[in-house]
Design a protein around this ligand. Sequence first.
Ligand SMILES: NC(=O)CC(=O)C(=O)O
Length: 291
Amino acid sequence: MSVSKILSQKIKVALVQLSGSNPDKMANLQRAATFIERAMKDQPDTKLVVLPECFNSPYSTSQFRKYSEVINPSEPSTSVKFLSDLANKFKVIIVGGTIPELDPKTNKIYNTSIIFNEDGQLIGKHRKVHLFDVDIPNGISFHESETLSPGEKSTTIDTKYGKFGVGICYDMRFPELAMLSARKGSFAMIYPSAFNTVTGPLHWHLLARSRAVDNQMYVMLCSPARNLQSSYHAYGHSIVVDPRGKIVAEAGEGEEIIYAELDPEVIEAFRQAVPLTKQRRFDVYSDVNAH
Ligand SMILES: NC(=O)CC(=O)C(=O)O
């Protein structure tokens, strides 16, 4: 596939590391608006903005239903309308972190990312496929499946610059979603995320860099800032990794915006130098899911 199809031009991205787990949804939305406005003033050539996982609700299994919204483009809920208006106002693509989603047909709750184009149209959504259910001795226990249901699809979004894949947090531990999007021609994988102070130091950078190197694509992880008043302490360290596995931008632990320029030449040059896509041996591992 020619590079012009993967990413049509250089694009600036902004990852907005907002304070996490605050109980006031409208205040969280307003804060997102303030930061997006700041990003667009600081770097007006920004084409794509990413928000964190659960950016407008507590990250807590007992709270997801209370904060959930029905995602129906013809009857936009509070967060859908808010982010759609922001995308349209600033003429920027927004990967709107995640919000708890209620499916009115099944009464199930999902952890869902909603994505808007520059005209404010909802161009896709991703329901977290792999739920964060872990018990790490002397570390952390968390069971999203207490109240959430898993999504059933991988997600690749089409934009005027090219395609990118979306996963959510724990999804990044499963390389298959990123690989699927890469094979559909994506230039990047974007994960609104909320690792914690146990697993963050162990795996955050490793996983971001691994998904980038596996697929020779950009990888972006956008975390909430650390909030020690909340029950869940997010890791922070929102990060952009290039297709060579090099970290090109990284936040600290507080509220912050980080920027990076994605360059099609970097993708092309590295894919030519290390031509993994031409060297794959699906004749050998076509049955990878058979065991
Ligand atoms: N919160 C998550 O979904 C994932 C996480 O914290 C981890 O994988 O570690």
